[in-house]
Ligand binder design. Structure first.
Ligand code: BDR
Ligand code: CA
Length: 304
């Protein structure tokens, strides 16, 4: 199985992505790191520890950046609720999993101690991963690939042209994209089509305890109105690793706009080569919605 570190800001769709990753034997989650994003880093860490206690999974957790590199934090509590994971009555967080080390240091140590390369999965703002690459550049040799949910070929969901994870910390995202480490990006182009409808949620409800928990979270996601579908953004990054065949993938150069006041956080997916740079990213440009849905429902069935 493939060793991974998941950097996350749970987040309802993060919770679902984490469930799929933890229960699929093709992935071996070595570490979770948390980052301010959907809500504060304290809240997202608590959410993660609640999830791990719900599943009885013992994976170390390290707390990361409480704000973006240069900008003020902006959250998405309008989408995920004030706790960041509203809707389910979770058991107490399993605080025994919490490391005393900072996320960046524990990522570094985990990478350096591993015989195999490790894949970094970033499903929140990229602050921790950027800090890791700046503080410990030598660890790049230990990173297999950086797979993110973030960015967009077209329009945004936070700004006109910017997706939330990149919009929150554009400078961090730019550092990561320009790092030279192989990257893969599942952005809004696929995230907006990775949809769960009320009838899917009904199917999930009685599959297993995870499905039942999700059913309740879905009732609160985006204020609970989901006839037009709930977006399983972060699961797309996991799908890229476990079921890449659901996507149409193009390898190209991607960087991030950081200067503009109007478009900071926009990803420039340079399919036509205007910037004259070599490809640095495998970009999921489209998704087969039916295949994604089948994979998604199967993956939830595989959870406990
Ligand atoms: C991204 O923003 C967050 O709200 C979600 O968890 C996802 O990572 C989607 O733009
Ligand atoms: Ca997220």
């Amino acid at each position: 199985s493939r060793k991974v570190i998941i950097d996350t800001d749970p987040g309802i769709d993060d919770a679902i992505a984490i469930a799929i990753a933890l229960f699929d034997s093709k992935l071996d989650v070595q570490l979770f790191t948390t980052v301010a994003g959907n809500v504060s880093v304290e809240k997202v860490t608590k959410n993660l520890l609640k999830l791990l206690s719900f599943w009885g999974k013992d994976v170390p957790v390290a707390v990361g950046a409480g704000r973006p590199l240069l900008r003020e934090a902006v959250d998405a509590s309008d989408v995920h609720g004030s706790t960041g994971m509203d809707g389910y009555d979770f058991p107490e967080p399993n605080s025994s999993l919490l490391s005393e080390e900072h996320a960046v240091n524990l990522m570094y140590k985990t990478l350096m101690a591993s015989d195999e390369k490790i894949t970094l999965i970033g499903i929140g703002p990229l602050t921790n991963i950027a800090l890791l690459l700046r503080m410990y550049p030598e660890c790049s040799a230990k990173i297999d690939e950086i797979v993110i949910m973030g960015g967009s070929l077209a329009r945004g969901n936070k700004g006109v042209l910017s997706e939330f994870n990149i919009a929150v910390d554009p400078e961090a995202a730019k550092i990561v994209f320009e790092s030279g480490i192989p990257m893969a990006m599942a952005g809004l182009d696929v995230g907006l089509k990775a949809l769960v409808y009320p009838e899917d949620s009904e199917k999930i409800k009685d599959m297993n305890p995870t499905g039942n928990m999700m059913y309740h979270l879905f009732k609160k996601y985006r204020g609970g109105s989901f006839n037009t579908g709930l977006k399983m953004y972060d699961s797309c990054a996991i799908a890229y690793l476990l079921a890449p065949e659901v996507f149409e993938i193009e390898e190209t150069y991607v960087t991030v706009e950081t200067q503009s006041t109007l478009t900071a956080g926009a990803t420039l997916v340079d399919l036509k080569g205007y910037l004259g740079q070599p490809a640095n990213c495998k970009v999921c440009v489209d998704v087969d919605e039916a295949k994604f849905k089948a994979w998604f429902l199967d993956s939830i069935k595989n959870c406990k």
